[in-house]
Design a protein. Structure first.
Length: 94
């Protein structure tokens, strides 16, 4: 990951014709751009709490539903992300 990335690391778990699964290690005091996907996204917070997401919780985003992760905490946030169909492209809002 680049120095300017909001993620310390992104680890691909699997990619198949049916879906993709990745683990995101989000740096403290960072935020994603508001965005949506061409399919569904299921997000599980493995570690950490922040303004928008809480540890142990599952978040489901429908196709086209705008969302954003804001890690306003001083700790790294670890997210497991499943996208169906596989992650092809994200459409970011400006």
């Amino acid at each position: 990951m680049g120095k300017d990335s909001i993620f310390r690391k992104i680890q691909d778990i699997t990619k198949s014709g049916d879906g993709s699964c990745e683990v995101y290690y989000m740096k403290p005091k960072t935020r994603e751009k508001r965005h949506f996907h061409d399919g569904i996204e299921i997000l599980y917070v493995l570690k950490g709490n922040c303004k928008t997401h809480k540890e142990g919780k599952v978040y489901f985003y429908k196709k086209g539903e705008e969302h954003q992760v804001i890690n306003d905490s001083n700790e790294e946030l670890v997210l497991v992300c499943l996208q169906i169909p596989p992650k092809l492209k994200e459409i970011f809002k400006h």
